[in-house]
Design a protein around this ligand. Structure first.
Ligand SMILES: [Fe+2]
Ligand SMILES: [Fe+2]
Length: 191
């Protein structure tokens, strides 16, 4: 079960369908960034060996997703140009606490929330996007993103007692709602 505190509005799907090329380009960037974030976590916490196997598995899958989406872009003659940030990720990351182990817990919970929002939106796209090829791709990907969400929550739970971690998750889920509401309304996965 996802821990999101809001459901995506219909206007988001309209934007996504109206400019599907922009959505797919953003999606490629999201998958690459997810892989990079996973590796950054391992680089910042080399002493946390419990992170290695699950986070390496996530990084692998995100790179596979990146390759899949880049394949879609290539087949459609699209180029993944750089994009200006929407403010969504920075809105979340600025709430990460500074002292350990709070910082690691928050990093893992923020990653879980980003996965949850991707998963929620991939589900909408898998059911309601008019392009059947894209519906199938999003259906495949949402299964992985749901698993990544659960993996990050589980890793956070391994860093402190469960009640404290879930209290923090509920707080960060409220922050996530504000971040997604404040993000620029663009045809992006997280805006
Ligand atoms: Fe992914
Ligand atoms: Fe993911």
């Amino acid at each position: 079960m996802l821990c999101l505190k809001s459901a995506t509005e219909a206007a988001w799907l309209e934007r996504a369908i109206a400019d599907t090329p922009a959505l797919l380009i953003d999606h490629a960037h999201c998958e690459r960034k997810a892989a990079t974030q996973a590796l950054t976590l391992l680089a910042e916490y080399p002493e946390h060996l419990e992170l290695v196997a699950p986070v390496v598995a996530i990084a692998h899958e995100e790179l596979e997703h990146f390759e899949t989406v880049c394949g879609l872009l290539a087949a459609r003659g699209l180029t993944p140009e750089p994009q200006a940030p929407t403010g969504y990720q920075s809105g979340l990351f600025k709430k990460v606490r500074k002292a350990e182990p709070d910082r690691l817990i928050d990093r893992l919970l923020v990653a879980a929330l980003i996965e949850a929002r991707s998963c929620e939106r991939f589900k909408i796209l898998s059911e309601r996007h008019p392009d059947p090829e894209l519906r199938a791709v999003f259906r495949d990907l949402l299964v992985s993103e749901a698993r990544h969400h659960a993996d990050f929550v589980r890793l956070a739970e391994s860093q402190a007692d469960r009640v404290t971690v879930h209290e923090r998750l509920r707080h960060l889920a409220e922050v996530e709602v504000r971040a997604i509401e404040r993000a620029k309304p663009l045809p992006r996965i997280h805006s």
